[in-house]
Design a protein around this ligand. Structure first.
Ligand SMILES: NC(=O)C1=CN([C@@H]2O[C@H](COP(=O)(O)OP(=O)(O)OC[C@H]3O[C@@H](n4cnc5c(N)ncnc54)[C@H](OP(=O)(O)O)[C@@H]3O)[C@@H](O)[C@H]2O)C=CC1
Ligand SMILES: CC(C)CCC[C@@H](C)[C@H]1CC[C@H]2[C@@H]3C(=O)C=C4C[C@@H](O)CC[C@]4(C)[C@H]3CC[C@]12C
Length: 290
């Protein structure tokens, strides 16, 4: 084939991919059974609303019952096929397993597991508190593993998807988030390895790792708006991109795309340069040692 023909074929392929992404088939998620953790606020809450509009069944989790009740009510108004919640702390691995059992009882199966919750995160110099790191690893990492283990049999049966919400701080070293960063790097190690094993064993369960930059959620703004030089990206769009990338079974999502992608490209070739870019992108003088 001539070079010209090859480029035409490639261009058509790219166009089809682009169109399928732009007119994302909302129908794809109609009637699907989805668990979303950490869905009482922020990105998780927005994901629940998008899935409700798409006609999915949703089971949401977090600690605060009153907030979960409100989100469930809104999901039903928006057109969810069904909406349920389960409240409790993900420090407790029994809850992680019980949520999956609840999905089995409610729907008899599961199509999508969205792992999104995180424990309290400070943005400051590491204070030497090892117990806090242990607790954060339990909430942000071990509970993700526990839920995955419990959900895998149902996901294998449905050919489903696991979406793991991570961060730029789970790919590159960012100051003031040492404990949080450790939990997010752990997710990359575990889920990227597991993905390989699923492929080797021909198991049709996809794993999408979502690498997010600064997103304008209430918690994030409260925690870092004084050190960030630009506003966060919109949580509604972020939530939709996460769902799309999971439904399209992508390996990783980068959002906002350009900044995260460029940072990751620089990471392996000029790490010191990326470190200094990162430090310079923050108003470090506003971080007061506590
Ligand atoms: N916002 C940002 O800038 C960025 C966010 N991310 C990632 O996106 C995801 C969502 O972040 P965001 O929307 O900002 O977070 P939010 O703080 O808005 O939401 C966190 C959710 O987790 C729940 N939660 C907190 N502690 C626990 C616990 N111990 N057990 C169970 N649930 C708990 C909260 O509800 P409740 O308190 O009621 O339990 C809430 O529903 C996270 O994985 C985060 O790492 C990644 C990069 C940037
Ligand atoms: C290449 C660089 C320019 C990118 C720097 C971007 C940095 C500053 C961005 C990327 C990921 C962001 C954090 C994050 O992942 C999640 C949370 C949890 C939330 O509860 C509190 C805020 C916090 C700590 C975000 C703080 C700002 C971070 C470090």
């Amino acid at each position: 084939m001539a070079v010209r023909e090859i480029s035409v074929v490639c261009a058509v392929d790219c166009l089809i991919l682009l169109i399928s992404f732009l007119i994302f088939p909302v129908q794809m998620l109609k009637g699907k059974r989805v668990i979303i953790t950490g869905a009482s606020t922020g990105i998780g809450e927005q994901m629940a609303y998008h899935l409700a509009r798409m006609g999915a069944h949703v089971l949401i989790t977090a600690r605060t019952e009153a907030k979960l009740q409100k989100v469930v009510t809104r999901c039903l108004e928006l057109g969810a096929a069904s909406a349920h919640y389960m409240n409790g702390s993900m420090e407790d691995m029994a809850l992680a397993e019980d949520v999956v059992k609840e999905a089995k009882q409610l729907w008899g199966g599961l199509d999508m597991l969205i792992l999104n919750h995180i424990g309290y995160t400070y943005f400051n110099y590491f204070d030497g508190d090892v117990e806090y790191i242990r607790k954060l690893l339990e909430i942000n990492f071990l509970s993700y593993v526990a839920m995955t283990v419990s959900a895998l049999p149902m996901l294998k049966e449905s050919g489903g998807s696991i979406l793991v919400v991570s961060s730029t701080a789970g790919k590159i070293g960012i100051p003031f988030v040492a404990p949080y960063s450790a939990t997010k790097f752990a997710l990359d190690g575990f889920f990227s390895s597991l993905r390989q094993e699923l492929i080797i064993e021909n198991i049709n369960v996809s794993i999408t790792l979502c690498i997010l930059g600064y997103i304008a959620t209430e918690t994030a703004e409260k925690t870092v708006s004084h050190v960030m030089q630009k506003p966060g990206a919109p949580k509604e769009e972020c939530a939709l991109e996460i769902i799309k990338s999971g439904a399209l079974r992508k390996r990783e999502l980068y959002y906002p795309y350009t900044i995260v992608r460029i940072a990751l490209l620089i990471r392996d070739w000029a790490p010191e340069f990326l470190d200094s870019l990162t430090r310079n992108s923050l108003n470090v003088e506003n971080v007061k040692k506590s």
